[in-house]
Design a protein around this ligand. Structure first.
Ligand code: ATP
Ligand code: MG
Length: 203
């Protein structure tokens, strides 16, 4: 029997994608010897309904630009082409159907991992994928949460600390401050070209 492929899934709003996302994906790729990491920009992000999110096409294209040079990185439209809000269960179901010969590794930062237990269908989530929680500056993993995690399905990986967030990148752009070296060069240029975060807009 052919060996199963090992595929990482990095979900995110990516508004914009930054080096924190890329380092997390790269570290987990190396750590688990993944054949591929698929970045999956969200559709309508229900957890962020308190602010305007950039159009999915812009977030998708920034993700393509940021990942283009890495032969193991790809981008999926599965969430942005599905109507309605994005639930991780749907992402994993759809990718699982597209990739029946793959074991999936869902990659999250410490903040998103903390939310897993508030996600719907936790039991099914654990059947569909392994979960990899990456350390993230400013978000401690509480001992209580770690104690609740089923260790056979969730692995915590310590990655180089990059205190970068998309929220901060948007704020900096709105204030006219640079985001060079926080996001890939092509993304800096894409943001400027399309004036994605004009001053005066909400963060
Ligand atoms: P926002 O500020 O808009 O929430 P973000 O920087 O948190 O943006 P998301 O698109 O929300 O980026 O995150 C996608 C995934 O990447 C999440 O699992 C998140 O925890 C993880 N992540 C984001 N930034 C980092 C970072 N600097 N280090 C480790 N993981 C990160
Ligand atoms: Mg976030």
């Amino acid at each position: 029997m052919a060996e199963r492929r090992r595929v990482g899934v990095m979900g995110g709003t990516f508004d914009p994608i930054h080096h924190g996302h890329l380092v997390a994906a790269s570290e987990v790729q190396a750590w688990f010897d993944l054949d591929e990491v698929i970045f999956v920009p969200t559709g309508d992000p229900w957890q962020k309904s308190d602010r305007e999110v950039s159009p999915a096409e812009h977030r998708y294209l920034m993700t393509v630009i940021a990942t283009a040079a890495n032969p193991r990185f790809t981008v999926s439209r599965v969430d942005i082409d599905r109507d309605g809000p994005t639930y991780t269960i749907d992402t994993l179901r759809d990718l699982g159907e597209q990739l029946p010969d793959a074991d999936l590794y869902f990659i999250t930062g410490a903040d998103a991992l903390a939310n897993i237990f508030t996600w719907r269908n936790v039991e099914e989530l654990f059947k569909l994928a392994n979960f990899v929680g990456c350390t993230r500056p400013g978000y401690e993993m509480e001992a209580k949460m770690l104690a609740d995690i089923p260790t056979e399905r969730v692995t915590i990986v310590e990655i180089p600390a990059l205190a970068i967030s998309s929220t901060d990148c948007r704020k900096r752009t709105k204030r006219g401050e640079p985001v060079w070296y926080l996001v890939p060069d092509g993304v800096v240029q894409y943001i400027a070209k399309h004036q994605l975060y004009p001053s005066g807009a909400s963060s």
